[in-house]
Design a protein around this ligand. Structure first.
Ligand code: ADP
Ligand code: MG
Length: 622
């Protein structure tokens, strides 16, 4: 048998390596921006076409390259940044692996123009798929311009894996934001398909955050500072009240390099401890500056993961630094005596007597089991629970259509209500959270927030399907500026939101800015900016978790944001109006999260309460 092992040609080896370093246009953007920074540039321009698929161009005014260096730069493992293994432990540059340019050159067409300040003429090199097509002297500015055209043209299979332009552009924006946040002293610009997206002057970190994420961030940031011998922590955390339901603006930089680090993430979350509602995430922009000897960034080709020599120490230092800042700005959990104590009410746990009636429900019923389905389907499938609210009903009747049941039940409760003289003082509010009233069969308990969400949800769905809602003009149009990704989402939603009574228009003079000229009439919320942001956040979460259709998603996000919450004291008339609107709904009994809105405690349950309890205590069963 003849020998079969061969050495791969460089071009193939480079293509394989490229797969690790350059997964998508955004990875090339990152490498080129970092090279410009390492070259000491004070000004860096990024130009993108077609979400980077046809063109990525980075121009810097850094040190430039000599003729020989320009050619060398594309060799694999060619770098000017380290000489020996020891240098790995004192890295202060962004790059050091000498792989990026070789990788990009293996899969794209590159035109490089570069000139050192002291040189008269620059060098222009054209490379396609690792092959040098031409090299000549040229006239150009001091510094370097890389043009990367048709990324992945050599590996069409990989090109096919790229996502839509919207998605790829979002990745590029993210990389651009990371690099420009870490280097506020450098000016950056970014153009996409001829449109200016960012023009960032040199400034302080706070100003850079505001320039990227919008004016709103000005009031939201708390500085963090911790100086130690071998390390310092600086940056900002967002005030807890602006935490979002999706992990959004969370940035760690170690020696100016953006890092993913779940453990440190946890340290910050932990510092916020009691300050945040469940499942919400604070913003942060934290810079750790540490002696390079104490870290290892060499563990991943894209250099976004890092190992600390002593992670536990890092964790506690970071946690206490954030805690200290929150404390200094007196944002710590404390007893607030001005607060109505009944508001601190927490839902009773499963085995407390007050929730006994709900044990009647199917114990296997999991509202979230349906959560991923299309909402109307979820609603019908949950309708069976309605029957459980009425133990006397003949539930064996297979012929009942679920939709019919609901209407009938709703009618029955309505009739029940009608039978009593439902004067306003027939309602009782429990813990500012539940509306209690008597019905023929017993006591009806309504979760006010679930109820109101349901009411608003159906109202908005209706409006989206029909006609334009009434809108009230804002006296002074409210300006909103959003981070690019969110701005894009809002662009997508404007038509529907305007159908619901908003009057939002993009500000044509500035990208990512909008004007809100009107809001749905009757809207009491005064924080319009917060409202719009809340809706976008919610929409994003729904998109990720529930995969909802746009119309359902908007109706849901709006309902969630505008509903009356648990803990709000209601007047008799308000309670009455909620009940009336609720029973006008198509699915009054199921909340938009698939939970019960209405519970009825039948009279006989109340009469036999003690017996029930022992009956339903599993410990008493044999
Ligand atoms: P690394 O950055 O890891 O050294 P790269 O492949 O990204 O590897 O770059 C190879 C070399 O090319 C760098 O070490 C640097 O000397 C040179 N280089 C790359 N980009 C630039 C630039 N914009 N200006 C000056 N020199 C550059
Ligand atoms: Mg590099």
């Amino acid at each position: 048998m003849s020998d079969i092992i061969r050495l791969l040609p460089d071009s193939v080896a480079n293509q394989i390596a490229a797969g690790e370093v350059i997964q998508r246009p955004a990875s090339a953007v990152k490498e080129l921006l970092e090279n410009a920074i390492d070259a000491g540039a004070q000004h860096i321009d990024l130009v993108i076409k077609d979400a980077g698929k046809t063109l990525i161009q980075v121009t810097d005014n850094g040190c430039g390259m000599s003729e020989t260096d320009a050619r060398m730069a594309f060799e694999r493992h060619a770098t000017s940044k380290i000489n020996s293994v020891n240098d790995l432990f004192s890295i202060r540059t962004m790059g050091f692996r000498g792989e990026a340019l070789a990788s990009i050159a293996a899969i794209a067409q590159i035109e490089l123009k570069t000139k050192k300040v002291e040189d008269e003429l620059g060098t222009c090199i054209i490379i396609e798929g690792s092959e040098v097509k031409s090299q000549e002297f040229c006239q150009c500015q001091s510094g370097t311009t890389f043009m990367v055209k048709n990324l992945f043209f050599i590996v069409p299979a990989r090109r096919k894996f790229l996502k839509s332009n919207t998605v790829e552009l979002r990745h590029i924006l993210e990389e651009f934001q990371r690099v420009s946040l870490a280097h506020a002293n450098i000016s950056f610009s970014m153009f996409n398909d001829g449109k200016a997206i960012f023009q960032l002057r040199p400034c302080s970190l706070k100003e850079r955050i505001v320039a990227i994420f919008g004016q709103n961030f000005n009031k939201r940031l708390i500085p963090v500072e911790q100086e130690m011998e071998s390390m310092s922590i600086t940056g900002f955390v967002g005030k807890p009240e602006f935490a979002k339901r999706v992990r959004g603006e969370q940035y760690f930089f170690v020696n100016k390099r953006f890092m993913k680090h779940a453990y440190l993430n946890h340290a910050v979350d932990n510092a916020f401890d009691q300050l945040l509602p469940e499942k919400s995430y604070p913003a942060y922009f934290i810079f750790i500056d540490i002696n390079p000897e104490e870290i290892d960034i060499n563990i991943h080709p894209t250099k976004t993961e890092i190992k600390f020599q002593d992670e536990k120490v890092m964790y506690s230092v970071l946690r206490s630094a954030v805690k200290a800042s929150l404390g200094k700005f007196s944002i710590t959990p404390s007893l607030d005596f001005s607060k109505d104590p009944t508001l601190d009410f927490t839902m009773p746990s499963k085995d407390t007597p007050i929730r006994q009636p709900s044990l009647k429900l199917d114990p296997n019923y999991n509202p979230f089991g349906y959560a991923k389905k299309e909402p109307s389907m979820r609603e019908t499938s949950n309708l069976q629970n309605w029957e459980n609210l009425y133990p006397d009903r003949n539930t064996g009747d297979e012929e009942f259509q679920p939709a019919k049941i609901v209407v009938e039940q709703a009618l029955q409760v309505k009739a029940d209500l009608g039978n009593e003289d439902s004067t306003p003082d027939n309602f009782f509010q429990l813990h500012h959270s539940f509306i209690l009233t008597q019905v023929k069969s017993g006591l009806m308990v309504i979760d006010q927030q679930n109820a109101h969400e349901r009411i608003l949800y159906e109202r908005y769905l209706n409006l989206l399907g029909n006609r334009k809602a009434l809108s009230q003009q804002e006296l002074f149009p409210v300006k909103i500026s959003l981070p690019p990704a969110e701005a894009e989402l809002l662009h997508d939603l404007i038509d529907e939101l305007n159908l619901l009574g908003f009057h939002i228009e993009p500000d044509t003079s500035k990208s990512f800015q909008f004007r809100v000229n009107g809001t749905p009439s009757g809207l009491k919320q005064t924080d319009i900016v917060g409202l719009i942001e809340g809706i976008i956040d919610n929409y994003k979460t729904n998109m990720l978790e529930l995969n909802l259709d746009k119309r359902y998603n908007i109706a849901r996000s709006l309902a969630k944001n505008l509903s009356i919450k648990r803990g709000k004291k209601l007047q008799q008339l308000e309670m009455k109006s909620i009940l009336e609107s609720l029973f006008a709904c198509q699915v009054p009994d199921i909340s938009i999260d698939g939970q019960a809105v209405i519970r009825i405690i039948p009279l006989d349950r109340l009469l036999n309460f003690d017996m029930d309890q022992s009956e339903q205590n599993p410990n008493n069963r044999s």
